[in-house]
Design a protein around this ligand. Structure first.
Ligand code: GRF
Length: 201
């Protein structure tokens, strides 16, 4: 199976996926890495691994639909059958979700449904929760609200800063993203109501 990975920045989750494939922990290949920003650091991880990259800048398109159509076309060209958002900072509309050549996954740095949206780790720290975490979910039109595929918790320590908490959450993001992709590559998954169910993994 072929993954299409969408990034906007540093790309540490992309790097974790590339490493998992290299180590034989994930039976897939990345067919294309697409960034909506030309300066995304993560593009370098793709180039180093010999993965084709594409820069598709949202601001060069006259409409969201035109931008999303270009994303779809590049994913289809790469033969992608699972799409992984990895720090991709654009909201994808139903137009994209209806045309994407497979399920779309996202990683979010909180225990959803707590703290959706931007700066989730900072939101969690400010709120004073004692348990934080990471979530991988299927993308639906509602922001950060699709069926949950994998989650992991981290303890919030009294001397944490937003940055130290984010760093601990990131380790879990990297771990569960591979796990979630493996579950979605398993043909037996389905969604029951809001629940993602995969009997074999
Ligand atoms: C991660 O914290 C992810 O959960 C959030 O954006 C960040 C991306 O980090 N959506 P990276 O680009 O994968 O390093």
């Amino acid at each position: 199976p072929v993954l299409g990975v969408l990034i906007s920045g540093r790309g540490s989750n992309l790097h974790a996926i590339i490493r998992a494939i290299g180590d034989g922990r994930l039976a897939a290949r990345v067919g294309v890495v697409i960034s909506n920003r030309p300066d995304a650091g993560g593009l370098e991880h793709a180039r180093t691994a010999g993965i084709p990259t594409a820069v598709i800048e949202h601001k060069r398109f006259e409409s969201r639909a035109a931008f999303e159509q270009a994303l779809v076309a590049r994913l289809v060209e790469a033969g992608a059958s699972v799409i992984c958002l990895a720090g991709f900072m654009r909201i994808l509309s139903p137009f994209f979700l209806e045309r994407a050549p497979g399920p779309v996954l996202n990683v979010h740095p909180s225990l959803l449904p707590a703290f959706p949206g931007v700066d989730a780790q900072h939101q969690a720290w400010t709120h004073g929760v004692k348990v934080a975490g990471a979530t991988v979910h299927l993308v639906t039109p509602e922001l950060d609200a699709g069926p949950i595929v994998a989650q992991a918790t981290v303890a919030v320590l009294d001397d944490d800063t937003p940055a130290s908490l984010a760093a601990r959450i990131l380790v879990e993001e990297h771990r569960i993203y591979t796990e979630a992709i493996t579950r979605v590559l398993d043909a037996t998954w389905h969604v029951e109501g809001r629940r993602f169910v995969c009997r074999s993994r």
